[in-house]
Design a protein around this ligand. Structure first.
Ligand SMILES: Nc1ncnc2c1ncn2[C@@H]1O[C@H](COP(=O)(O)OP(=O)(O)OP(=O)(O)O)[C@@H](O)[C@H]1O
Ligand code: SF4
Ligand SMILES: [Mg+2]
Length: 376
């Protein structure tokens, strides 16, 4: 993370978006490469080359205050790596992330870092792993309040914990119990209460409902939506499940092998998907109602990120691939006619750019039903 100035906290002007709302988070051409080489001695004796895995490659997006950006894609496409980069759990290999105009390198140190860490929280897929099993729930939820010195005195902290438990649909008496005494959905509610305890503005949610039963999934998603409205929260919401993203997101980014291949307003993306991969993903879901019906698997295998195909990484699976696709990486570009107010559709595909995808946009497909997408 070099070249961003001392402390990395230099303020940059907040960008105004098409809709006039200001972006809270901006990721600009971010990349993350992992060194997955064998240990030095094994490599030297076996004359093996160094192995670098590009988990996230040249990813750019913005998230406006109060909105939910959903990130979808098959396993291994880099969703969790993006999440961890955004909250500062991983260091960037390239690019920059700014939060409210400040470089998130500031997360690493000093008072500015403490303030920023309080404003950004992460919710994980497995609440059991992220909750200390030996602590009572009240202590788990109170910990961020104490760590950030948000309240003084036991009674004040106690009252706040009770209020947080009520906010996520749990009883004050639940504070005296331990995490293993709760169901998966209730444990995720505890994680949410704990995340809210530090009074954050931005939550990064990495598959928060994926381990839950379908009926419980919908309840937790509804809770998260209600909390967003009440508290004005901003979400980066990650899921491999398009139905979940359809339920909660305002805009959706589709990732494939470390890159965003399409990003657009939810209605636009579900009603008129443009990238062949987005279309393939949407064709594979039987319904968007969180019924839990089995999905038809998406055709073809995701290539190894250690040896990605040249040009467009999707070309081995793409029905529209041609020579240019096999040579040249397509860049994310706005597609004329797809941008409704604030929807800002962008696609990385040569066929779309050349107009040979057979789906020239007619006003962005706004207002069309999801069913017509699946039929088309
Ligand atoms: N710490 C790490 N060290 C080495 N490689 C990693 C590390 N974390 C992730 N990767 C690799 O980076 C790629 C992206 O992984 P990531 O976990 O971000 O994908 P994902 O989209 O979240 O997948 P899933 O849906 O399975 O959670 C994968 O190939 C993964 O093996
Ligand atoms: S760039 Fe080519 S291979 Fe990639 S999605 Fe578009 S048409 Fe398919
Ligand atoms: Mg993941």
């Amino acid at each position: 993370m070099s070249g961003r100035g001392a402390g990395g906290a230099a303020a940059v002007p907040a960008r105004a978006t098409v809709a006039g709302a200001v972006e809270l988070v901006r990721a600009e051409r971010i990349g993350k490469t992992f060194d997955v080489s064998a240990p030095w001695l094994t490599r030297t004796l076996g004359r093996q080359p160094r192995l670098l895995l590009r988990a996230v490659d040249d990813v750019t997006f913005g998230i406006r205050r109060g909105e939910t950006l959903g990130l979808v894609g098959e396993s291994g496409c880099g969703k969790s790596t993006v999440a961890r980069l955004v909250v500062g759990l991983y260091q960037l290999t390239s690019g920059t992330i700014t939060y409210d105009g400040k470089n998130i390198d500031a997360l690493a140190s000093g008072r500015a870092g403490r303030v920023l860490r309080r404003r950004l929280q992460m919710i994980f897929q497995d609440p059991y792993a992220s909750l200390n099993p030996r602590w009572r729930v009240a202590d788990i939820v109170a910990e961020p309040i104490r760590a950030h010195r948000l309240l003084r005195g036991r009674r004040a902290v106690h009252a706040r914990v009770d209020a947080l438990l009520a906010q996520v649909g749990l009883a004050a008496a639940d504070g005296a119990r331990y995490p293993h005494q709760f169901s998966g959905g209730q444990r995720q509610r505890i994680s949410i209460a704990r995340a809210l305890a530090s009074e954050p503005e931005f939550l990064v949610c990495d598959e928060p409902t994926s381990a839950l039963d379908v009926s419980v999934q919908a309840q937790v998603l509804n809770l998260m939506r209600d909390l967003q409205r009440e508290l004005g929260l901003t979400y980066l919401f990650i899921s491999h499940n398009l139905a979940v993203v359809h339920h909660i997101a305002d805009r959706v980014g589709v990732m494939y092998l470390g890159r965003i291949v399409e990003i657009a307003g939810k209605r636009q993306l579900f009603a008129a998907p443009r990238h062949p991969y987005t279309r393939m993903l949407l064709d594979a879901i039987p319904d968007l109602e969180l019924t839990g019906k089995a999905r038809t698997p998406v055709a073809g295998e995701v290539p190894s990120p250690l040896d990605p195909p040249p040009g467009c990484a999707f070309h081995p699976r793409c029905p529209l691939a041609d020579d240019r696709c096999r040579r040249e990486v397509p860049l994310l570009k706005s597609v004329p006619g797809t941008s409704g107010a604030g929807e800002g559709g962008e696609v990385a595909c040569h066929a779309v750019e050349e107009g040979r995808d057979g789906r020239a946009a007619k006003g962005g497909g706004e207002g069309r039903g999801v069913a017509s997408v699946r039929a088309g």
